[in-house]
Design a protein around this ligand. Structure first.
Ligand code: OAD
Length: 257
């Protein structure tokens, strides 16, 4: 509980807060993480066979159907107390920005407003060729196609339609990445929740927050396990985010009395 107090004090005295989240923050909402050995998404599938442009080119139906399966999972998920607590921090400290690697919309559903999606949004689809600009979002509910065949064809150019998410070997959306770097440099506190820190460039953001600006940011990590962020975390809350973040809010309530 001393660490929870320290985390609450760090939030209270921060000027600009960045919150970096990964799949762990959505786990208690029933959305699988990527690398959890037991029930992670990758436990059943090899990511290189699914989340890459080559995989989609080789077998569009396999990749499309896998994302339809994940979309179903995400659409049934609800924000958990961890998402709600993070939205509460933004309500109390409006200069807070959420940088998420997650492609679900649970931060939005929980009430967070300032959100940067580094890896896209699974609920959206786009033309493979981005024929009308980057990204060319396609509303797949607006037309019928033979779903047994896999993805629909872009109504503008006929190319395949794909999920609007970042695959391995792909560039991140440039404007979002630029903004994430700027937010990481400018913050004096970064709360890192539920990420292994294994995937870059997202994984470099805590190091950037801590090392580059003249005012190094304090790092608070929320993760029941060890991660790539743990070695540079000033405060480590080793517990599920859905359990411990509400406790941080409770302490903030007593401090703000
Ligand atoms: P990972 O599955 O790599 O890591 C999830 C982290 O969440 C692990 O460190 C777990 O210990 C932690 N965790 C599990 N349950 C938790 C809980 N209840 N509360 C807090 N933390 C918990 O997922 P990411 O780090 O998000 O990239 O993976 C990063 C990227 O790799 C993903 O965005 C995806 C994947 O390839 C793309 O889709 C481009």
């Amino acid at each position: 509980s001393d660490l929870i107090h320290q985390a609450a004090q760090a939030i209270r005295s921060a000027n600009k807060i960045a919150i970096l989240t990964g799949a762990g923050v959505s786990k208690e909402s029933g959305v699988p993480t990527f690398r959890d050995a037991l029930d992670g998404l990758w436990a059943k599938y090899n990511p290189e066979e699914l989340a890459t442009p080559m995989a989609f080119h080789k077998n569009p139906k396999l990749v499309w159907d896998w994302y339809q399966f994940r979309r179903e999972l995400v659409s049934q998920a609800k924000p958990n107390p961890g998402h709600v607590a993070l939205a509460e921090i933004e309500k109390r400290y409006p200069r807070t920005v959420v940088i998420t690697q997650n492609v679900d919309d649970l931060h939005e559903q929980a009430g967070s407003k300032n959100i940067i999606h580094l890896h896209g949004n699974i609920a959206e689809s786009k033309c493979l060729a981005n024929c009308k600009g980057t990204p060319t979002i396609i509303d797949i509910e607006a037309f019928e196609w033979d779903r047994e065949q896999g993805p629909p064809a872009c109504p503008h150019c006929g190319e395949a339609v794909r999920p609007n998410v970042v695959w391995f070997h792909e560039m991140l959306p440039e404007a979002d990445l630029e903004r994430a770097y700027a937010v990481s440099l400018a913050c004096d506190l970064m709360i890192v929740v539920g990420t292994s820190g294994l995937v870059n460039p997202a994984g470099t953001l805590p190091k950037i927050a801590r090392e580059y600006p003249d005012l190094p940011a304090k790092i608070v990590e929320v993760n029941p396990d060890y991660s790539m962020v743990t070695p540079i975390a000033d405060i480590k809350l080793e517990a599920p985010s859905g359990e411990i973040l509400p406790e941080v809010i409770e302490v903030l309530d007593t401090l703000d009395k």
